[in-house]
Every structure is written in structure tokens, then in C-alpha cells.
Design a protein around this ligand. Structure first.
Ligand SMILES: [Zn+2]
Length: 115
């Protein structure tokens, strides 16, 4: 399982590769987006089981969530570089699930999970 730092390094790398603008805000959101999908571990506190669509490695690890999150941030913060914002945030968010899928522990990742 990738550590929080491993996920963050991927966000940093994606931002540096795709954005020639030196946007610290984009970098901050890219790194946060690589970590955000694991917010679903809070579901355990509400009795939501691992296998549930809102359980661990479910909806927040899906392509659908990455598209929604990237689109939301693009419209709020993207301004003139919308395509770059969307691409960086989408790839950063979905990279989390890709790294999780390479882990030997866990029950898989719900890439195609939707609500
Ligand atoms: Zn995860």
C-alpha cells in the first residue's frame, strides 16, 4: 500500500509534468486530490461495510468521482487554464486508486463504482 507521501509524490509529479504555470494552488489541490479518496475510511465509523459502494475503496476511488472532483475544482479555481486544471486534478485523483490497485492487501478498487 502506498503511503500518504507516495500518493503525494505522484500529485507533485503530475503537476510538474502537465503544468508549465507555477501555480502553488494547483500543486496543493493535486497533492490533496491524491490523498482525498481515502476519506472513505470514515465510513467505517458509520457502520458502512467495506463492500458497500460508499465503503473503503468504493465511490471515492472511482473514475466517476475523479471526473466530478476535477470538474468542480476546474470551475471554481481553473480560470484561464481549465484543461490543465481538469487534467492534473483528474489524474491525481485517479492515481490514488491505481496505486491502491497495485497493493497486495485489500479487496480491490471500485474504479467503475457509481452512485
Ligand atoms: Zn485508497
Amino acid at each position: 500500500m502506498a503511503s500518504i507521501f507516495g500518493h503525494a509524490v505522484v500529485g507533485l509529479t503530475i503537476t510538474k509534468l502537465l503544468s508549465n504555470k507555477n501555480s502553488k494552488l494547483l500543486l496543493l489541490f493535486a497533492i490533496a486530490s491524491t490523498i482525498l479518496p481515502d476519506v472513505d475510511v470514515l465510513a467505517f465509523n458509520f457502520g458502512i461495510p467495506y463492500e458497500h459502494p460508499f465503503g473503503h475503496r468504493g465511490f471515492t476511488h472511482s473514475f466517476f468521482f475523479a471526473i466530478l472532483w476535477a470538474t468542480l475544482l476546474m470551475f471554481i479555481f481553473g480560470k484561464q487554464i481549465k484543461k490543465i486544471w481538469w487534467s492534473v486534478i483528474f489524474l491525481s485523483t485517479i492515481s490514488h486508486g491505481v496505486l491502491d490497485a497495485m497493493a497486495s492487501r485489500g479487496r480491490g478498487v471500485g474504479f467503475f463504482c457509481s452512485i
